[in-house]
Design a protein around this ligand. Structure first.
Ligand code: S3P
Length: 424
């Protein structure tokens, strides 16, 4: 589907409520499937990725009752059964990497497959540590399909070269089925939804600075309410900051401190952003945010901030085009391993609009403030986050833009456009 985006003249105003967090939705399905009994999951994502996870667990013997389009009840016997088909992860790296950890320690064999993009993404990062735990995984050149031969696993102390929640979670989930203690240490703390939800469901898990440890555990079935996704809120945060005369309230935003890097970055840039209130639900922080159009200045985004805003970097690049001076984003080389090579795809498409942006090996350098011209056809490279970031750029372009393959936004955020219309 091609999407035309025109300049937003009157500013964005009003209130929206952000739909379900993708990362937490995946974990809710996985962990509920491992707990014996019934789990009610409220505010489950409508995105395609979490539904890939849900379908896989149905193939692994879990029963799902659809109570509404965002409410499901999972019934599990507390153990998985051998699937009679390949398990399709679609576009979802989180599904493939986390489910691998779970399947590595089962008493049956299974095969995980993905779409074209996922089949090109690196799996060595999980195959290596899982193999150290005794897993047997066959993959050509460390890429999907992954053939997993269930084994008895043992704990390890893994010092990860990456700050990656997918790697950390894969190992911790294998640790749920392994003998002894499994520990993962990462350079900087990545999103900790796995740790929080496993703890909420009664697992033996503990964290100490950058290290998380787990031992074999039985999970309890407990209702899970999933908060809104700050990565989805990011498009609205940036849009309100850059479109003149904007003032919006974004409700139900997940405010887990391992995910709020976008708020930190906006503050560094001098943006007018305010957290209105904050509660805790199912072990996660959630609150409302008010954002207004602001005069912005460039900043440096690097180091421990990167894992806290990794998925927001394409839209932060758009933000930086509207900030005075230089914005440097570095230490983000892993962006090249996402649904597209987000360093080169972001740079290529923003350059088409007239942005002053330079590709570096581990990020980008942007000089602003630039008036974006538009009048172009842009590619989304089948990457949901790039498609939505380009839409936001279109709101401040002089001329209309056209974005190809815009339907890929359904991977994480099918409600994206409808919510934009609400505040336009
Ligand atoms: C995710 C972790 C991040 C993120 C992805 C979702 C998760 O990946 O980019 O969209 O749910 O654990 P990495 O942990 O590999 O950086």
């Amino acid at each position: 589907m091609q999407k035309i985006v025109s300049k937003c003249i009157n500013g964005l105003s009003g209130e929206i409520s952000i739909p379900s967090d993708k990362s937490i939705s995946h974990r809710a399905v996985m962990f509920a499937s491992l707990a014996k009994g019934k789990t009610l999951i409220k505010n489950f994502s409508k995105g395609k990725d979490p539904h890939s996870t849900l379908n896989i667990f149905k193939s692994l013997g879990i029963n799902v009752d659809y109570l509404s389009d965002t409410e499901i009840e999972i019934s599990s016997k507390g153990e998985l059964i051998q699937p009679n088909k390949f398990l399709y992860c679609g576009n979802s790296g989180t599904t493939m990497r986390l489910v691998s950890g779970i399947l590595a320690g089962q008493h049956f064999d299974s095969v995980l497959i993905g779409d074209e993009s996922l089949s090109k993404r690196p799996m060595k990062r999980i195959i290596e540590p899982l193999t150290l735990m005794g897993a047997e995984i066959e993959a050509t050149d460390y890429h999907a399909p992954l053939k997993i031969f269930g084994q008895n696993l043992h704990g390890i102390n893994y010092v990860s070269p990456l700050s990656s929640a997918q790697v950390k979670s894969s190992i911790l989930l294998a640790g749920l089925f392994a003998d002894g203690v499994t520990s993962v240490t990462e350079p900087y703390v990545s999103r900790n939804h796995t740790e929080l939800m496993l703890k909420y469901l009664g697992a033996n898990i503990s964290s100490n600075s950058n290290t998380v440890s787990i031992t074999k555990s039985t999970l309890e079935p407990k209702d899970i309410y999933i908060c809104g996704d700050i990565s989805s809120a990011a498009y609205f945060i940036v849009a309100a900051l850059i479109v003149p005369n904007s003032d919006i309230i974004i409700r139900n935003v997940g405010l887990n401190p391992t995910r709020t890097g976008i708020i930190d970055a906006v503050k560094l840039m001098g943006g007018d952003i305010e957290i209105l209130d904050c509660n805790e639900i199912s072990g996660e922080k959630v609150g409302d945010i008010r954002v207004k159009h602001s005069d912005l200045k460039g900043c440096e985004i690097s180091g421990k901030l990167i894992p806290k805003l990794i998925d927001e970097l394409p839209v932060i690049a758009v933000l930086a085009t509207q900030a005075e001076g230089q914005t440097i984003i570095k230490d983000a080389a892993d962006l090249r391993n996402k649904e597209s090579d987000r360093i080169s795809t972001t740079v290529c498409e923003l350059k088409k609009l007239g942005a002053d942006i330079l590709e570096t090996p581990d990020g980008f350098i942007i000089i602003g403030k630039t008036e974006l011209n538009g009048g172009n056809i842009l590619e989304s490279y089948h990457d949901h986050r790039l498609a939505m970031s380009l839409f936001v750029a279109g709101l401040v372009c002089k001329n209309d833009i056209l974005i190809n393959d815009f339907e890929w936004t359904n991977i994480s955020f099918p409600e994206f456009e409808e919510l934009f219309v609400k505040i336009s």
